[in-house]
Design a protein around this ligand. Structure first.
Ligand code: SF4
Length: 403
């Protein structure tokens, strides 16, 4: 198991998370960097670093012909010139990749060594109302990281490496039309006081996508031109290249946090939780709104003490300017019977934490999957406890919602 670290010592990027990382100030010349160009202080972008290449040592790229020949597709293929290119009719259900139980042993390797290029055929924005007002058609599906509780592979089966949707212009045009149709947000809600919030990363991690292509950069830049809307995505990866995108407050980045010991076991290939917290101020200073996902909350003996530590760390590390604008989502673990079986094949120790039949019950999800959740009363009690812990140790942290 690899626990990827983007922390100090990786290719000279160690200074990026310090308070002096951003000079000039947001909005000043030099903050209009490109996703593909130089880093925030004119160094080579992080995505060219050895650390980034370790996370994504791409060897095989499956591509729909139209995706491969598109402008975005050609850029991606040029970034990985040694990768074998395999044409596929569709980015869904690629034989030998998706739904292939034989991939369980290679689960983590497949995620880093394989990319898929496709075109997003369905451009639809769905209402949400919890994490965001709307779920946008995302620029990717799948992830190079391998969190043991991840629900993203639910539709594709087992190994689910990143599929990059190359028709980013169509996604952007769809969003422009959708946002224009909404007009101004009529009244504040817990998603945001004034902006319609669009989650752009439901089925992947936009920070990792930015190691592969400019899709994330394109959307961050698009949202800064839409004054009634705001992009939002959760991440477990600190990608310093995002600091150069000049989001001008129109993108909310939500760093997921959990107890470090749980994260080391469950958040395979992600940035350490301490790095995510340490990066928050740099992201705020670079023009992002910075929120936190306290998720997933995994109930196990000692979970209250472990979360107390997380909240104390947030309180100790974050400067006042981050605290003043911060808010959090609290999400208790939802697990899944199929995923439990897969995990037993590659990471059984994770299941010692995730699979707690005495505390959990089945719940059929909207898409028909058999999910497993904490019993209603267990969950309600845990949410109450966590709210009390936040009130005691990080009272500045507004909880947007908890479930
Ligand atoms: S970072 Fe998010 S999308 Fe990626 S594996 Fe972890 S939970 Fe899934």
């Amino acid at each position: 198991m690899t626990h990827f670290s983007a922390g100090p010592g990786d290719d000279g990027h160690d200074a990026l998370f310090g308070l002096d990382a951003l000079d000039p100030a947001p909005g000043a010349p030099g903050h209009g960097g490109t996703g593909a160009g130089r880093g925030p202080d004119d160094r080579p972008p992080f995505r060219e670093s050895a650390a980034a290449r370790r996370l994504l040592p791409v060897r095989t790229i499956y591509a729909e012909p139209a995706a491969a020949s598109s402008a975005r597709g050609r850029q991606i293929l040029a970034r990985f010139p040694d990768a074998e290119l395999i044409e596929v009719d569709s980015h869904w259900r690629i034989p030998g990749l998706h739904g292939n139980e034989g991939n369980v042993e290679r689960w983590v390797r497949v995620k880093g060594e394989t990319l898929v290029l496709g075109e997003r055929k369905t451009l639809a924005t769905r209402p949400n109302g919890r994490s965001a007002d709307w779920i946008a058609p995302g620029p990717s599906n799948g992830c190079a990281m391998a969190c043991a509780y991840c629900y993203v592979p639910r539709r594709k089966g087992y190994a689910n490496p990143v599929t990059v949707f190359t028709n980013i212009d169509a996604i952007r045009a769809h969003l422009a039309r959708h946002i224009a149709r909404q007009g101004r947000k009529p009244e504040p809600n817990q998603c945001d006081d004034s902006a319609w919030v669009y989650d752009i990363g439901e089925n992947g991690d936009c920070s990792v996508d930015a190691l592969i292509s400019d899709n994330t950069a394109d959307l961050v830049r698009a949202f800064r031109g839409w004054p009634t809307a705001k992009a939002s995505f959760a991440t477990k990866f600190v990608n310093p290249d995002l600091l150069a995108l000049d989001p001008r407050g129109r993108t909310r980045i939500r760093f997921s946090v959990m107890p470090a010991a749980d994260s080391r076991l469950l958040d395979v290939r992600t940035s350490p939780v301490g790095d995510r917290i340490a990066a928050a101020a740099d992201f705020l200073d670079a023009g992002y709104e910075v929120h936190f996902n306290l998720s997933p909350v995994v109930l196990r003996p000692g979970w209250e003490e472990a979360w107390t530590e997380v909240l104390r760390q947030l309180d100790d590390v974050l400067p006042g300017r981050v605290k003043r604008q911060a808010a959090a989502e609290v999400i208790l673990l939802t697990h899944n019977r199929d995923l439990h079986q897969v995990n037993l094949g590659w990471h059984p120790r994770a299941e010692e934490l995730l699979w707690q039949p005495a505390l959990q019950q089945d719940k059929r999800s909207e898409n028909g999957a058999l999910n497993v959740r904490y019993h209603h009363q267990v969950k309600a009690g845990a949410v109450r406890t966590l709210r009390d812990l936040v009130a005691a140790h990080a009272p500045w942290l507004r909880i947007r919602y908890a479930f």
